[in-house]
Write a protein that binds this ligand. Structure first.
Ligand code: TRP
Length: 328
């Protein structure tokens, strides 16, 4: 089948992936394989900009790769899954692109300002260049489409500007990518307030066993006004309910909606149902993951083969870029 073009996306190695990562990114990465040539990168160099302690990088890269592969990102279908630093041409392109990037634009980006607030003692040079490295990631593979969350909108717009500037100066070499925003509403953590994130420890890992899933689901905050079993609930403000809408069949969701409003079921019943549906949904995933984990060397091998394939494209593009710029 003729594909619509090339997709590139990247994510920092954060270890075992959670429901937010899955619904916000991974699920979409898998689906896109039907229509696009896909290149998916574990961006370990980007991770260095915010990490003081790099001791977990290797383990987190491996755990994330396991989740990605088990979820269906499939090198057997031509998808390239690799580790960013294994294809060093990206750092070359980053340097070249940095020469057409106005510094003021980088330091004015809201994402940069936020990092400065978050880590005032580690405002490193790489942090400023983070969006340039991201632009290098995408353009090194001449990707047409980049699936990202809306939080990355300013970075994508920035990439498009750099591409236009570069092509204006040096000729039409780089491809201006389209952002493809995922439709999933933001997934809240078990606290029911904040976005699900590992750093807030409010997450549910997709690789969790059914028991571990239930442990986490039990802790989920529901409608705060529903204090006693007999109080009627409001599904529209309940995080468990919003996830039921993703993992539970539609008829059952409607039943839960009315049973909750009339206090026909309590939060404990509702959570048990949710935990079971969640565990069932990820059962085939857990099996595939366990099988892959039997042979860690083979997982690294898959990543290395991915880097080799990525490297073929990267070498061509970097040669083109150098030629266009006029490097001898
Ligand atoms: N900046 C992205 C994030 O924090 C990760 C990323 C790096 C990325 N390079 C990319 C995403 C290229 C899309 C395309 O989520």
């Amino acid at each position: 089948m003729v594909k619509k073009g090339r997709v590139f996306s990247g994510a920092r190695p954060t270890g075992r992936q959670h429901l937010g990562n899955y619904l916000g990114a991974i699920k979409n990465y898998v689906t896109l394989q039907d229509d696009y040539d896909c290149v998916y990168s574990i961006v370990d160099l980007h991770a260095l900009t915010t990490l003081e302690d790099t001791a977990h990088l290797r383990e987190w890269t491996y755990e994330m790769a396991l989740d990605w592969l088990a979820a269906g990102m499939d090198p057997g279908r031509g998808t390239i899954v690799f580790v960013q630093s294994h294809v060093p041409q990206v750092t070359e392109l980053h340097t070249i692109l940095s020469m057409v990037t106005p510094l003021g634009k980088l330091t004015r980006l809201p994402t940069f300002k936020e990092k400065v607030r978050e880590q005032p003692d580690n405002v490193n040079y790489g942090l400023v260049g983070y969006p340039v490295l991201m632009c290098a990631d995408i353009t090194l593979y001449k990707a047409n489409a980049v699936p990202v969350g809306v939080d990355q909108a300013s970075h994508l717009e920035f990439t498009r500007e750099i591409v236009r500037t570069f092509n204006h100066h040096f000729g039409p070499v780089l491809v201006e990518p389209q952002a493809v925003y995922t439709e999933t509403p933001r997934v809240l953590g078990i606290d029911g307030v904040n976005k699900m994130s590992k750093s807030l420890d409010n997450h549910i890992e997709i690789a969790s066993s059914p028991e571990e899933i239930y442990e986490r689901v039990r802790m989920m905050v529901t409608d705060p006004q529903r204090q006693r079993r007999g109080d009627p609930g409001r599904p529209e403000v309940c995080n468990v309910f919003s996830l039921h809408q993703v993992f539970t069949p539609q008829e059952t969701v409607q039943q839960i909606d009315s049973d909750c409003r009339t206090a026909g079921i309590g939060c404990v019943d509702c959570k048990k149902m949710f935990a079971k549906n969640l565990a069932d949904y990820f059962a085939p995933f857990r099996e595939r993951r366990a099988r892959l984990a039997e042979n860690p060397d083979e997982v690294w091998e898959v990543l290395h083969r991915g880097a080799e394939k990525a490297g073929v494209i990267a070498s061509q593009v970097i040669d083109e870029v150098k030629g266009a710029v006029g490097l001898p």
